[in-house]
Write a protein of this length. Structure first.
Length: 264
């Protein structure tokens, strides 16, 4: 469990205000520096001058010393963790980095502060989840090299297409209709899709149909032919072949096993 102590959102101090803790703060400190700051080394000499929207995570027992170049404005959380989240998310310590979407980072920090102040029911669990989300998002930005900044717009477009395919998996998708969604030729479309998602549109549609079928097979009002049709398969034998390949059992066997498990 991650527990947050002192925290702040878009907080301002006096111009040129400095924070210096020679022995650390006794807990982790995550900072989003909204204005330019000096980051000092152990010998109290400024080694880095940050641009706005820089982030840094200080460990509990190491010195940290930072000062506003002029206007002091930041968002932050002090926190402790009962598990090694550093290894889990590979977050660098004492290292300045710049998130691609700092406004989302700041929004998460805002939500953590709101939970900490208002303390609604289950606030500790919500704070833990928000902080985990914070580090998941940071880790993705630091280590997910699938999408470059130049491809973000195209990636967003393909994500919408993928959601459309999966969300309407029963539709009669074909190569032409799928490629038209992106206004691309087949080879260009498939190259982009496989580079972004490490799979093909057909594989995504089949997987979505099988998952939908598994849910429908628990409904005893439906027979195999109806489930196949509702999931976009041409016929029951076509459905059975794909289903058995992925689940090592036929749709009928799956439905029977689900009923037995429910009764037990």
């Amino acid at each position: 469990m991650i527990k947050v102590g002192f925290c702040g959102y878009n907080l301002m101090e006096l111009d040129n205000f400095a924070v210096r803790r020679t022995g650390g703060s006794g807990d982790y400190l995550f900072l989003l520096l909204l204005t330019p700051f000096f980051i000092y080394s152990d010998n109290d000499r400024p080694t880095i001058t940050t641009e706005p929207m820089a982030c840094i995570l200080f460990p509990p027992d190491k010195p940290h010393h930072y000062q506003a170049v002029q206007i002091f404005k930041n968002s932050f959380i002090h926190f402790v963790s009962s598990y090694d989240f550093i290894s889990k998310y590979n977050i660098p310590l004492g290292t300045v980095f710049y998130p691609k979407k700092p406004e989302l980072i700041n929004q998460l920090l805002r939500n953590i502060v709101i939970e900490t102040i208002n303390k609604p029911i289950h606030h500790e669990q919500k704070i833990h989840c928000l902080t985990e989300q914070l580090f998941v998002d940071i880790s993705r930005e630091l280590y997910d090299t699938t999408v470059s900044m130049n491809n973000m717009s195209l990636y967003s477009q393909f994500t919408k297409i993928r959601m459309s395919l999966i969300g309407n998996c029963e539709a009669d998708w074909n190569t032409e209709s799928i490629c038209r969604l992106a206004h691309m030729e087949k080879s260009q479309f498939y190259n982009c899709y496989t580079n972004f998602f490490k799979t093909t549109p057909k594989a995504d549609v089949i997987s979505a149909r099988i998952e939908k079928a598994k849910n429908l097979l628990t409904n005893k009002e439906l027979n195999i032919n109806q489930v196949a049709e509702m999931c976009g398969f041409k016929n029951a034998s076509h459905f059975t072949r794909y289903f058995k390949k992925r689940n090592n059992c036929t749709p009928s066997e799956y439905a029977t096993n689900q009923l037995v498990n429910f009764v037990v």
